[in-house]
Design a protein around this ligand. Structure first.
Ligand SMILES: [Zn+2]
Length: 92
């Protein structure tokens, strides 16, 4: 019997690259509608993934997020997300 490998592949919403969760940051729409960064990847809600690469975070537009999460998203969220990526950390 082979041990099961649990590598979760997710797609970056900006560039469409398929990467493991280790290489992606998660943004989540919480059940109350708040959109926030989810460094643990464990928050409940609909999530989208973006490369940890700051280039992708910079290109993330509120419209893109809005479509992916099916909710309104403040430009602030994208900005703080890009800032966090630039600083190499995922907590905001
Ligand atoms: Zn990307």
């Amino acid at each position: 019997m082979k041990p099961e490998r649990k590598i979760r592949i997710r797609t970056c919403v900006v560039c469409g690259k398929k990467l493991t969760k280790d290489d992606l940051q998660r943004l989540v729409r919480l059940p109350d509608g708040t959109v926030t960064c989810d460094p643990t990847g464990k928050m409940p809600g609909r999530g989208v993934y973006v490369c940890k690469d700051a280039g992708c975070a910079d290109k993330l537009k509120p419209e893109r997020l809005k479509r992916a999460l099916r909710t309104g998203v403040d430009a602030d969220v994208c900005e703080s997300f890009a800032d966090a990526a630039r600083q190499g950390k995922t907590d905001m």
